[in-house]
Design a protein around this ligand. Structure first.
Ligand SMILES: [Zn+2]
Length: 179
């Protein structure tokens, strides 16, 4: 991280809280609970929550929807002076889109060591060259809250699947089946 970049940790936490509110909308819609907001000069200009199932669109990640909304709001694809806040580290698709839109920074909640593209698995945001824009990445903001919501979602999804299998197999079937 460059030293000339002023990072206000209090406002990072505030805006991540706003991204978490979006993640809760996804949770309520039984989507993987990830949320995002785009902030420009201290103002939220766009919001998004994961809507892959709702829109039947594998590209409808929270970041993609928030980026598109921000570009519409600014009437410009260049997201100058913008910061993207997202509750989970962006995947390679979103990181690629972020670099094309050129926000100054990306702030994420929990890292994704398996598939994250902001340093967890690979780092597309801060690699330059070959990409023509470099985005500062800050992770770990409200990490516990972001992880907890995701863990709760997957725990409940597993329980629902187990209950459905149990019901479909009849009342005498064991609750946990072998795969
Ligand atoms: Zn993504």
């Amino acid at each position: 991280m460059s030293e000339d970049l002023i990072i206000d940790l209090a406002s990072d936490a505030y805006f991540m809280g706003q991204a978490l509110r979006e993640a809760h909308k996804a949770y309520a819609a039984e989507e993987v609970p990830i949320g995002a907001v785009v902030v420009r000069e201290g103002e939220i200009i766009a919001r998004g929550w994961n809507q892959v199932e709702t829109l039947r669109d594998a590209t409808a990640h929270a970041e993609m929807l928030a980026l598109t909304a921000a570009q519409n709001r600014l009437e410009d694809w260049r997201l100058e002076k913008c910061i993207l806040y997202v509750t989970k580290e962006p995947c390679p698709m979103c990181a690629g889109a972020i670099v094309h839109c050129r926000p100054e920074r990306v702030v994420f909640g929990c890292p994704d060591l398996k598939a994250g593209a902001a340093g967890g698995w690979i780092n597309l945001l801060e690699s330059n060259p070959p990409l023509n824009h470099r985005c500062e990445a800050t992770g770990g903001v409200l990490e516990d809250e972001c992880v907890e919501l995701l863990q709760r979602f997957f725990r409940e999804a597993r329980a629902k699947t187990a209950a459905r299998r149990h019901r479909d197999s009849g009342p005498d079937a064991p609750l946990l089946e072998s795969p």
